[in-house]
Design a protein around this ligand. Structure first.
Ligand code: MV4
Length: 592
């Protein structure tokens, strides 16, 4: 078995992986960015190493820095979590070249599944049908039209190197084909560096049902259970559950068998998820996620299997600790994602900040995987998942009511969260009946009445900059050099003191002075949070309507539309694409 695992991640998933390591007697190594110096995953690890950098690119994506920590720590395994480097084959291969184990699938399988055309071909090799479509790179709009006329409209143009919904265009009729192809190719090029696209028939009201699989290096692959992830918004999952509601057992068995065939067709081992679209009693292969997923605890809750323990076992070269027949699924589990987002009015604006107060839910069959504690800061530099709440019940209704109970216990101050949206979803008759599809949250759920409790302002000193002070200490006679990160409290001599009594001057919290306080009228277009302007959608002189999107702001890996708060004419634009802006900054003026 592996003896020391470096977790190349942060937040709740790093914490979750460490917990299992500790249970297995495996030492843990954390890595951290400048912003995460005192983050929960760092506090819980046996050892922690600085990567430097603040942005994801400069820290958790910095392969060289992580390889350096692997060497220095003597870790014999690396768990990548999800996101960051989890599906990066250069990283997986670089680790292997050091003689260190990547706790994940073989790089060749990641590559097959990363290209959506080759993943369709792999699925077909396993005798699993994808959504009716084509397995070649689209060359012209004429092909789109011919395909639509053949299989029926609408059709989907998808990015071959995409996934997660980016780069997908739905084409309703022949006259939309040319423009849709061009914009899909542009978005694919910008998002993934490759413009290749392919075609599928577009299913209009499918459910998203995915199948957890896990395999070992001895040729065993099993399916563990399905998850229904239909309650999502703009490709961000909100609620996941297992079993899928209103889902016949023979379909489950067939989908499980299909998922195993897909995994075997690409030589898969370790944990993975095969995604399907399910509509009118039929399922179609969509894509395969070659990593441990955010929602894996749902499957753990109904099977009692610790998927991370099993990942570590198979990465160590051992066979799976169970066979297909050993797996028992019992009861029902639901997970909600607690994101630092304000769902007020259905907008889901990012809401980074410092958690000033936190009461965590507890009680029977209630699990809370959290990446933060009270006093910790949720930074806009990383994704907005704060934690996941999972409840189990003997049936769906018990799990649902337990979740609503647990959500009332959860109290977070300092940031807005998705909790009010979860209460709305879980209380809705469509959700209760299991009639929701992938478009339900966006098209049917009315969140206009939802308002997040206003985040309580964090204490002033939270913004105080910290500086490094190095001290040498002795512990049991052994000398250690310790770097302390303490509040910067310069010592100044009081004027006219005539004898030098020193007083401490508290520095102004960063960002306390400028910009934010201005009484913005409706003609000022301001941004609600810190981020980067991706696109300005209007020009000076344009007429705009109230509610019209005028700019796109990226924060916490999400694109957010900034809307005009009044109708009128754009008189001034103060920003351009690529520019960073702070919370409350005025980016545009609209005159009458
Ligand atoms: C589709 C589809 C309907 N028909 N493909 C979006 C994310 C990416 N994984 C694939 N997606 C979809 N592909 C065809 N041919 C509908 C979606 C889709 C979706 C899929 C899963 C979960 C949520 C979704 C929300 C909107 C659209």
């Amino acid at each position: 078995m592996l003896t020391k695992i470096l977790i190349a991640n942060r937040g709740e998933i790093a914490v979750r992986v460490m917990r299992t390591c500790r249970e297995l007697g495996i030492a843990t190594v954390a890595v951290y960015s400048e912003l995460d110096r005192n983050a929960l995953h760092v506090r819980l690890a046996d050892e922690a190493f600085a990567l430097g950098g603040e942005t994801a690119a400069d820290s958790y994506l910095n392969t060289e820095a992580i390889l350096d920590v692997i060497r220095r720590s003597g870790a014999d395994g690396v768990h990548p979590g999800y996101g960051f480097l989890s599906e990066n084959t250069d990283f997986a291969r670089a680790i292997a070249a050091e003689g260190v184990t990547f706790i994940g699938p073989p790089p060749e399988a990641i590559e097959v599944m990363g290209d959506k055309i080759s993943s369709r071909i792999a699925a077909q090799k396993g005798n699993v049908s994808g959504v009716p479509g084509r397995n070649d790179v689209l060359q012209s709009a004429d092909e789109v039209i011919a395909f639509g006329n053949d299989v029926g409209w609408p059709v989907a143009i998808k990015a071959a190197y995409g996934g997660g919904g980016r780069g997908m265009r739905v084409v309703k009729s022949a006259d939309e084909a040319a423009a849709a192809l061009e914009s899909a190719q542009n978005e694919a090029l910008k998002g993934f560096g490759r413009s290749e696209c392919y075609l599928e028939k577009y299913l209009t009201w499918p459910r998203h049902v995915e199948m957890q699989v896990i395999g070992d290096t001895h040729g065993n692959v099993v399916w563990v259970g399905e998850r229904d992830c239909s309650a999502q918004r703009r490709h961000q999952k909100l609620v996941e559950e297992s079993p899928a509601p209103v889902f016949p057992d023979e379909i489950r068995q067939a989908m499980g068998d299909a998922a195993v065939r897909v995994a075997k067709a690409c030589g898969y081992y370790n944990a993975g998820t095969v995604e399907f679209l399910y509509q009118d009693g039929e399922f179609f292969f969509l894509e395969m996620n070659t990593r441990l997923q955010v929602e894996h605890p749902v499957t753990e809750a109904i099977t009692g299997i610790d998927l991370v323990a099993e990942q570590i076992r198979v990465a160590s070269g051992e066979p799976l600790s169970f066979t297909q027949d050993d797996i028992e699924r019992r009861g029902h589990a639901i997970e909600v994602r607690i994101n630092a987002e304000d769902p007020a009015g259905g907008k889901f604006f990012p809401s980074p900040g410092t958690i000033s107060r936190l009461t965590v839910p507890n009680g029977p069959f209630t699990r809370f995987d959290l990446g933060y504690e009270s006093g910790d800061t949720v930074s806009q530099a990383y994704d907005n998942l704060v934690g996941k709440l999972i409840t189990w019940g003997r049936d769906r209704e018990e799990a649902r009511l337990r979740m609503l109970r647990a959500l009332t216990e959860l109290q977070i101050e300092g940031i807005a969260t998705t909790v009010p949206a979860h209460v709305a979803i879980l209380s809705h008759p469509d959700f209760i009946a299991g009639e929701h599809s992938t478009k339900w949250v966006e098209e049917k759920l009315d969140l206009s009445g939802v308002s997040a409790a206003p985040p309580v302002a964090a204490p002033a000193e939270d913004g105080a900059p910290k500086v490094r002070k190095d001290v040498d200490v002795e512990v049991n006679g052994k000398r250690f050099s310790v770097s302390m990160w303490v509040e910067d409290t310069p010592v100044v001599v009081a004027a006219g003191g005539g004898g030098g009594g020193a007083v401490k001057a508290r520095p102004k919290p960063a960002g306390a002075s400028a910009a934010s306080g201005g009484a913005a009228g409706a003609g000022h277009v301001s941004v609600p949070m810190q981020g980067t302007i991706v696109k300005v959608l209007v020009a000076v002189g344009d007429k705009v309507e109230i509610g019209q999107p005028v700019a796109v702001l990226e924060a916490m890996k999400m694109e957010n539309q900034i809307q005009a708060e009044k109708s009128g004419t754009v008189t001034e634009i103060k920003v351009q694409a690529g520019q960073s802006v702070g919370s409350g900054d005025v980016i545009m003026e609209i005159g009458d």
